[in-house]
Every structure is written in structure tokens, then in C-alpha cells.
Design a protein around this ligand. Sequence first.
Ligand code: KIV
Ligand code: ZN
Length: 375
Amino acid sequence: MKVRIFDTTLRDGEQTPGVALTPDQKIAIAQRLDELGVDAIEAGFPIISDGERQAIRAITGAGLKADICGLARTEQKDIDAAASVGLKYIHTFIATSDIHLKYKLKLTREQALAKAVDAVKYAKSLGLKVEFSAEDATRTDREFLKKVFKAVTEAGADRLDIPDTVGYSTPQYIAEITKDTIDATHLPVSVHCHNDFGLAVANAISAIQAGAQCAHVTINGIGERAGNASLEELVMGLQCLQFDKKYETNINTKLLYETSRFVSKIVGVHVQPNKAIVGENAFGHESGIHTHGVLSNPLTYEPISPELVGRTRWFQVGKHAGAHGVSAMLEEYGIQPTKEQTHEILEKVKKLGDAGKHITDVELLGIAGEIMQQP
Ligand code: KIV
Ligand code: ZN
């Protein structure tokens, strides 16, 4: 099954605390996303500013292959702002959970439902393609959620989205409400998962297994608070993990690492070293047991080949190192110590490691040189 990748780096990703992008930066990222092969780009939230509208107008006019979408509340002025920048596709949303209705919107359930229906009808009257999100869907009364999705479907929505706005769902629950939504409407369903409990990718995968056709994701998982489902993790998980069905995407996975670096540099948010797929350490090996295993067959300690995501593996010598790893690293520099010399080099590396020292390649070469030059 082909899973549609809806990238919201330029909208929800830009809502990362401390991030603000210029129109030129947004356009540059949109171009990279298009080269990566995402199916849809949420370019921004047109109502919010002149710069945002300028960026979205340029992105919609750039001749990209991806569908370009813009966010709009269920307000006519938001939908008009989206149409005014050349968008043909909007993502409109209104909160449906009681907590949002009572404290944020100050609306009854029935009033929110009416606003949702009116907005969808209005957007359709302008000829727009409409994806409708029930914000905070996973904390919404289950019967009411179905009622809202049914009503907006009847009003003409083209796609539905289930946002796990505060990352509150479990994989099992999001699968259940995904099935409910599909059974009640027969429209294509997306999921939009936040990572507050570190479950965004697991929840998105579970919803896809339950029949969702699309996931909203961001590069490096950036987004509000703990972020959104990470594009890299979701795409590689779908492609490489074991399922009873085969899942594919249009992503050119070999571009994942360079796209991650590009976005990280522009938005100024570092990728944590131990982040799956794109973190610095994701294909780095330190312990002797692991290094030996990987040198014999990389699949022993790598679930996928690093080249698949545009990376190479690397080894680090440290206190957990073994003779195989040290020899392999020195071999890369054309240095072949004897067995006894390797043992001595290893002893020195371990002593430095015990003293809390991180050993670079240059230092390793220095240690090897010293030992090998001894008479
Ligand atoms: O997380 C969320 O609920 C959103 C909405 C705008 C869909 O980003
Ligand atoms: Zn969101």
C-alpha cells in the first residue's frame, strides 16, 4: 500500500518554540521537500502575516510536484486568505474536545459542528480541495467525533485528518478511532500525531495499519512542544519493519540525511545525537563486541544499511573497544600493527577511556605511532 506523506515542517514545524522562517527560507525548504518526494507540503498558515502569504504565494507558484496546502481555521477570513495566495487546497480545523470547546473556543458541541460544516461548504463553494481536522480528536467524545466527521463529509470534505494534538493517544486507541472514521465516512483519512509521550511515530504507524492512508509529519520531528511524528522515522519504519502488508512511500530515502541537515541548519534546531535514522550516532559503533559484529556482517548491529538513508557507518574507539575495531580503524589509514602492538594500543585506549577521555582518530593514530615506533 502506498502511504501519502503530508509534510508540515513549514507549518507545524515552524511552530517549534524559537523558530521563525523568512519567505526565502520557507521557499528553499519547500524545494528540498519536493526533491525528497513528499506528496503534500503544508506551506503555512496564510492568515497570520504578510511574510507568510508572500512565502506561500511563491511556493504555490514554484511548479513543485507536491500538492501545496495551507492551514485555515473554520473562519471565512482564513479561507479567503488561503484562496488569495493561490492555494487550491486547504487544511481547515476546529477543536472538538470538550476541554477545548469550554476553555478555548467557548462553544457548545453543536456550535462547533455547525462552524465546521459551514467552513467546509464555504471552501468548496470557492472550488478548494478540503482536508478537515478535528483538533484534539483523541480527547474528543468518540460518538461526537464520528458525528463531526460524518457531517463534514456530507458538506463536501475531500479528506479527513485525526490530530493527536497533545500526543495523548495510544497506538491501540488511534487505530480504533481511525477505523471508526473510515467506517463512518469512507473518505481518505490522515493522522497527525504529536510526540508528547514519544509515541508519535508508533501512533501514526498504528493508524496506518488500521487503514489511514496518509500521515502528517515533519523533518526531524520538529513542531510544537515535543514535536510531530518524524518523517524520517515514519518512512523508514514503514519501509523496513515487519508488517503483514507491504507499505511504500514516494520518498527518495537516500536524500533523508541531507534534507535533515539542511532543515536543521536553516531552522536552527539541532538534531539530538541518538535520534533514530538522522542522529549523528544512529550508525556509529563504539563497543568492541558491536564493532566486531558489524565488521563481520553489518546486519548484526544495524537494522538497515546506512547508505539507504544517505549515510555511512563509523566507528569510535573508546573503553569498550576490542582488538578487531582498533585494527579495522588503523587499517583504514594503512596502518597494520602486530598483534602485540594492537594489544598495547588497546590497553592505552582503555586507560584513557577509564579516565573519561573521548579518543579521536588523530589521537588513535598518535597512540599507534608511539607504540609502533618503540624499539
Ligand atoms: O496538532 C494539531 O491539532 C494541529 C491542528 C492544526 C490540526 O496542528
Ligand atoms: Zn499539530
